[in-house]
Design a protein. Structure first.
Length: 160
């Protein structure tokens, strides 16, 4: 963990263990919703003004994310495993909470135009997620993908 955190210029002394344990339960529920392909449940974790920045700098809003997640749920035949390892959680100066997450996703998924031909797809990503307290509770306001791991399709690593 220390190597990962230092790689992102976060000192382990900046991590708040008490706060981290509170957010681990949120991530457990979120992961359970992904595994059960309950789009409405896991999308409820996103703030109305949610945005995600991919490593190429492109910004995606909540509507785009919801559209992507509905297609993902439609084309995913089975979720073999999905995990979110919470590496560090800390409070920001404005009261928001930042979390560094390692997400791993293994599923059998078929292309939209070939729904009866699923492939095993494994992905991983390191993300910085910023949570904001709203009247509805804590919601993810931003996700920044820091490192996108390799993509494996049917056990074969994909090259860009």
């Amino acid at each position: 963990m220390t190597l990962l955190l230092s790689w992102f210029s976060i000192q382990t002394t900046d991590c708040n263990a008490r706060l981290q344990s509170q957010f681990i339960s949120r991530y457990r529920d979120y992961a359970a919703a992904v595994r059960s392909m309950d789009v409405d449940r896991y999308m409820s974790y996103f703030a109305d003004d949610f945005s995600m920045r991919s490593p190429d700098g492109k910004l995606h809003d909540k509507a785009e994310m919801a559209h992507y997640q509905r297609i993902n749920a439609q084309t995913t035949k089975r979720v073999n495993s999905y995990s979110t390892d919470v590496e560090c959680v800390r409070t920001l100066a404005n009261g928001d909470v930042a979390a560094v997450i390692v997400q791993k996703y293994d599923r059998d998924q078929a292309p939209l135009d070939q729904p009866d031909q699923p492939h095993n797809i494994r992905t991983s990503v390191v993300q910085r997620e910023t949570w904001r307290k709203t009247p509805q509770g804590w919601r993810i306001q931003t996700i920044e993908e820091l490192v996108v791991g390799p993509v494996f399709i049917d056990g074969k690593i994909q090259t860009q």
